[in-house]
Design a binder for this molecule. Structure first.
Ligand code: PMP
Length: 395
């Protein structure tokens, strides 16, 4: 009680400046409103609607029964590291040494934190492209780095403009964060653009942090990783995980890979802050890589059907929508409604009980857009797009 009183009177003296200045995630803020709206259909969630394939869950359960409930090596169990290295090499043609260049993490979220902690000194600039995943800017700021934001635009299919990137590089630039396929736009990136980014990284001695968590859901072309450009492996931190590909968000499992001089630093931080990822999740992930390939393909083909349907529905409704090449989000342009993305989302929720995320939750460049996840059933997509159509007509 006494402590509460003191905090109330002197909050600034007790909490860290960074902690108090960091804004709460706009997605979470919005979802507090969603949770208090009964009977709402949500296109807001950023995770698969599928439950973890049974064979994977069963391996987790078996790990518990078998007594695999202890700390594991800090880097992760050797069997899983070997399998991850093989998986990355076979699918994305980058060869990592599982004993020196890879750490199993508590999701890409922890991998991102380790990556940024291993490179950022106060005042360093880190370039990111908005609209983007909510954590990038916040994580850079927590480490007293400065996020440098380059907008991407609907009319340019949310592609990176190399001249804008070039102009944003300064003496203080330390790294560039990439995320392909992108949350929230579903955009992908071509090899030619990645080669141009690689040239700039080499010329300016920059690190690239590449979040490829949606790479298993790339639809019309195959995924290409910047880490597979030979000169880039030694300056790329590659992040991936099981949350999206294998519908394992709750297991909290991913990995970070990169050159050993960076992985050595990340490992020290990981040892002190986390020790290791969950042993149970690691054993489940062994099964995910060994036998889960078919499940991933099944989910991908379901997402693809939903993508085609939802994209054409938005265009029919008159809200222009690009065909996303990856991930499980559409990001239609709602400017025709005359509403801001926040007002559109709030009024849609109130009038039609459909939850979408305002584009501005992903940065200012997301204005005039809403993010809709198609990681939900076809029935939900049909009903929610009918409601969105009614809402737009009513404006
Ligand atoms: N990166 C991106 C682009 C994401 O969309 C998400 C989750 N929404 C994450 C990272 C976090 O993933 P994880 O569950 O592996 O921490």
């Amino acid at each position: 009680m006494k402590l509460k009183l003191v905090q109330k009177n002197n909050p600034e003296g007790l909490v860290s400046k960074t902690g108090s200045l960091i804004p709460p995630s706009a997605i979470r803020e919005f979802f507090d409103i969603v949770y208090s709206t009964p009977d709402c259909i949500s296109l807001g969630v950023g995770e698969p609607d599928f439950t973890t394939p049974w064979r994977i869950s069963d391996s987790g359960i078996f790990a518990i029964k078998d007594g695999n409930t202890h700390y594991t090596p800090n880097r992760g169990i050797p069997e899983l590291r070997d399998l991850i290295a093989r998986y990355v090499s076979e699918n994305y043609t980058v060869a990592y040494d599982p004993d020196r260049e890879l750490i199993v993490t508590m999701g890409v979220s922890q991998g991102l934190d380790l990556a940024l902690r291993s490179i950022i000194n106060p005042g360093d600039e880190v370039i990111l492209f908005e609209p983007c995943f909510v954590s990038y800017s916040a994580n850079v700021s927590i480490l007293h780095g400065n996020p440098v934001i380059i907008p991407t635009f609907f009319k340019e299919k949310f592609k990176i403009d190399i001249s804008r990137l070039k102009q944003s590089i300064t003496e203080k630039t330390k790294a560039i964060i990439l995320n392909y396929p992108t949350n929230p736009t579903g955009a992908t990136i071509d090899k030619d653009t990645l080669e141009k980014i690689a040239d700039l990284a080499l010329q300016n001695n920059l690190i690239v942090v590449s979040d490829e968590i949606y790479s298993a859901f790339t639809y019309d072309e195959s995924h290409f990783s910047i880490a597979s450009i030979p000169e880039m492996k030694c300056r790329t931190i590659y992040l991936n995980g099981f949350s999206k590909s294998h519908a394992m968000t709750g297991w909290r499992l991913g990995w970070v890979a990169g050159p050993d001089f960076l992985v050595d630093i990340m490992l020290k931080i990981h040892q002190y802050t986390a020790l290791c990822a969950s042993s149970i999740a690691q054993y489940a992930a062994v099964e995910a890589i060994r036998k889960g390939g078919k499940d991933v393909l099944q989910m991908k083909s379901e997402y693809l059907k939903r993508r085609n349907f939802i994209t054409s529905r938005f265009n029919e409704i008159g809200l222009s929508c690009l065909v996303p090449q990856g991930a499980f989000y559409v990001f239609p342009d709602i400017s025709r409604s005359g509403l801001s993305s926040r007002d559109f989302a709030l009024q849609l929720l109130k009038k039609e009980k459909v939850a979408v995320v305002p584009g501005t939750a992903f940065g200012n460049a997301g204005e005039n857009h809403i993010r809709c996840s198609y990681a939900t059933s076809m029935d939900n997509i049909r009903e929610s797009t009918a409601r969105i159509e009614r809402f737009v007509k009513s404006l």
